[in-house]
Design a protein around this ligand. Structure first.
Ligand code: ADP
Ligand code: ZN
Ligand code: ZN
Length: 717
């Protein structure tokens, strides 16, 4: 029989291997098989391998053990793996085994049997303490008219759906109601709820657990993300696979969870780039969710306040070719538009979106970081006991140190990038390879003592704000409290939680940070959000940069004024040298559809996704020449493939170029872009081209090539 093992697409033994088994085993059975000296976990892929007759049975080895205590992986699951492997140009074995919990690889069948026979924990007599007791009770709360309409449409149609709802419009409530209904329909049905990064969105997890554990028991909701221990992951996986878990909450990896009775897949914040994997099979969990839904007949519900332009385009009217149904909830909960006439518990003024204010930096004092009007606005918040959030997408103190006498700059010796100055521990740190040194006292080249930071990161912003706000006092008479949240301040376990709870408790007046703070958090007391320097994305070479910036600013704006009473005076400030840029005009009106429309027009004219399909091949080598030679040679050789003439008419192959950071940790990186107006043509081409790529490796010009990988539908080009 054919057994899939963990073999990367480019290794010698790709695809399934054939083994003998004394008893017939159904496809999907987990087995342990010998490979060389090792014994590996495998999945029976084909119980009767067609090639079997051609092979010499005497040379075949028998499987070592079958994990018969586990139900085999289902047909749908296997079809999903097969599709993902083919689409993302990897081996099915790699995708299948990477989709299983790592601990399963290490367990013998005896250990597994023991694990399975362990009695499941009894449901706790009292449901777990709910961090927000409100949530259980809210089920009795009247839905807003918009929520009602969205749920009605969801129930009446097959989907897939794109829930386009403003921040604070109550999307989570819709997710929970839709989940509740599908779970109630049959005793065994299951739902998969995906979130971008679980650490950053703990509130969604809390809310689902609070509501559904109360109804179905504490074991009915399991999590699946990389922050869990191997043992926890195995436990969740088994619960999902065996059906005792009714809801799986997880990050992108959860899209591969084995769920035999899957009825619903929710993808929250569907635009988030973290749904795209950037190693191994570079899959998009959002896209696979849609595929999986169709495969299994499960409903798919994507949700966002700022959908990806791909999903937005798919949700255009069906008459224009749209394939997703768009459900709209434009109003915040509590605003008059969203509120049913009867429910009067929330003030009618609440629910408005924050006022967007643009500061024209051309008219501000030269070199100022926080413009005087913004500073004054933050000061007013402090005096009123409200919070402000200031974000800047660059961590560290300054992105580069430079000598004023000679041309020395703090470049990383191992990368084509600058090392970032971190003042707190007086280090120069490379954010790409990690190379860290103490800051030199004098210029290493000329000995000049005057070496200065250039530009600014969150550390410096924090420092400058502290100086600017030093004279002010909080209503309780204490000095202003500023806290910084970024990848540096949250490096240690528990740090993020501690900082967040400080913010929630109201101890913090000003929160400084990277985009980390703009996402997902439900900060109730923030009435001012400011983007200090968002301009670079307007002119980036990455065609998705404006989309990401707009999404980020909308999300950030959504942080302001979540508390009913505060909404009316909450503001989003943007400091920019281009205040009349259409992106900021659309932001001012909170008009995502207008922004999306203008971007889609541009993309269509330029033949960019979603109007074309792309793949990248990235190569890493000892020299830039070798990396590029490999890609260019393979591109040239594609002309000699079978059916090349026909395939290549729909394909554009661009010349290989260095990646934007060409060298990281002394490894040179280059990439080659492939584009096609047809997804099918691109798929066929890539499939045929794999062999050519393998063969090109051995060309003399490619000496020093280390590895290469295909990225289908790349997010960053
Ligand atoms: P979104 O996910 O769209 O940003 P949430 O689902 O977090 O919005 O909802 C925002 C707030 O409104 C939450 O505190 C939620 O509990 C509350 N909420 C949601 N639906 C209702 C409703 N129908 N009535 C009252 N409050 C609601
Ligand atoms: Zn110098
Ligand atoms: Zn480096």
């Amino acid at each position: 029989m054919a057994v899939l093992l963990h073999t990367p697409a480019y290794s010698q033994v790709a695809g399934a291997l054939t083994y003998l088994s004394a008893q017939p085993l159904p496809a999907g059975t987990l087995v342990r098989v010998p490979l060389g000296q090792r014994e590996l976990l495998g999945v029976v892929w084909d119980s009767a391998s067609p090639e079997l007759t051609a092979l010499d049975p005497a040379k075949l080895r028998p499987i070592a053990a079958a994990l018969l205590d586990l139900p085999p992986l289902g047909t749908h699951w296997r079809a999903l793996i097969t599709f993902a492997a083919a689409y993302y140009q990897r081996s099915a074995g790699e995708v299948a085994l990477a989709a299983l919990p790592p601990q399963l690889r290490d367990l013998t069948s005896v250990q597994l049997a023991r694990r399975l026979s362990r009695p499941a924990r009894r449901p706790a007599a009292t449901p777990p303490a709910t961090p927000r007791d409100l949530d259980v009770a809210i089920e009795d709360v009247a839905l807003t008219a918009e929520q009602q309409r969205a749920i009605g449409q969801f129930n009446a149609n097959p989907g897939p759906f794109l829930l386009f709802g403003a921040t604070g419009s109550g999307k989570t409530e819709v997710f929970m109601r839709c989940t509740a209904e599908l779970l109630a329909q049959s005793e065994h049905s299951q739902a998969l709820v995906m979130v971008p990064e679980i650490n950053l969105t703990p509130q969604l997890e809390e809310r689902f657990k609070a509501r559904f554990c109360a109804r179905y028991g504490i074991d009915a909701v399991v999590s699946m993300h990389s922050g869990m221990t191997p043992a926890q992951r195995l436990k969740s996986w088994l619960a999902a696979h065996q059906g005792s878990a009714r809801i799986v909450l997880g990050t992108r990896m959860a899209v591969f969870a084995s769920m035999p009775q899957l009825q619903l897949i929710v993808v929250d914040e569907e635009h988030d780039p973290s749904y795209k994997s950037h190693e191994g099979a570079r899959y998009s969990a959002r896209d696979l969710a849609v595929y999986r839904g169709r495969l299994e007949g499960a409903k798919v519900l994507l949700g966002s306040a700022t959908p990806s332009l791909e999903s937005w385009h798919h949700s255009r009217p069906a008459l224009e070719g749209g394939r997703y149904q768009r459900l709209e909830m434009p109003s915040r909960v509590g605003s008059s538009a969203a509120l049913p006439a009867a429910a009067g518990s929330l003030p009618m003024v609440a629910g408005a979106l924050p006022l967007v204010r643009r500061v024209d930096m051309n008219h501000q004092p030269k070199g100022c970081v926080i413009s005087p009007p913004l500073l004054a606005a933050i000061g007013e918040r402090i005096a009123r006991g409200e919070q402000s959030m200031v974000f800047l997408n660059r961590r560290g103190y300054a992105p580069v140190l430079s000598c004023n006498a000679c041309d020395w700059k703090s470049t990383c010796p191992h990368c084509s990038a600058y090392r970032v100055f971190h003042k707190i521990d007086r280090t120069l740190r490379c954010h790409h390879c990690g190379f860290t040194e103490r800051v030199p006292r004098a210029c290493p080249d000329c000995g000049n003592l005057d070496i200065a930071p250039v530009g600014r990161g969150t550390e410096r912003l924090e420092e400058q704000l502290a100086q600017l706000l030093a004279e002010l006092r909080r209503p309780d008479g204490r000095p202003v409290n500023i806290v910084r949240i970024d990848a540096d301040s949250t490096r240690f376990k528990g740090a993020l939680e501690a900082q967040l709870s400080q913010v929630h408790s109201g101890e913090v007046d000003v929160l400084v940070g990277t985009q980390m703070i703009a996402k997902g958090h439900d900060f109730r007391r923030i009435t001012l959000v400011a983007a200090v320097n968002p301009d670079s994305a307007l002119f980036s070479s990455d065609f998705r940069a404006p989309e990401r910036l707009f999404g980020l600013l909308m999300q950030a704006a959504g942080r302001a004024g979540r508390d009913a009473g505060n909404t009316s005076r909450s503001e989003m400030w943007v400091q920019t040298f281009h205040p009349t840029h259409p992106l900021f005009e659309a932001l001012k009106r909170h008009d995502f559809p207008a922004f999306a429309q203008s971007q889609l027009v541009e993309r269509e004219q330029a033949g960019m996704p979603p109007f074309s399909f792309q793949a990248l091949v990235r190569a890493e080598a000892r020299t830039q020449e070798a990396a590029q030679a490999f890609l260019n040679l393979a591109a040239q050789a594609s002309a000699h493939m079978m059916d090349a003439a026909q395939l290549l008419t729909h394909i554009t192959l661009y010349p290989a170029v260095p990646m934007s950071i060409a060298r990281i940790a002394n490894i040179e990186r280059a990439q080659l872009l492939i584009e096609s107006p047809s997804r099918t043509a691109l798929q066929r081409f890539l499939h045929a081209w794999q062999t050519v790529l393998h063969a090109s490796r051995s060309q003399p010009e490619c000496k020093g090539l280390l590895r290469w990988a295909i990225d289908v539908d790349p997010l960053i080009i």
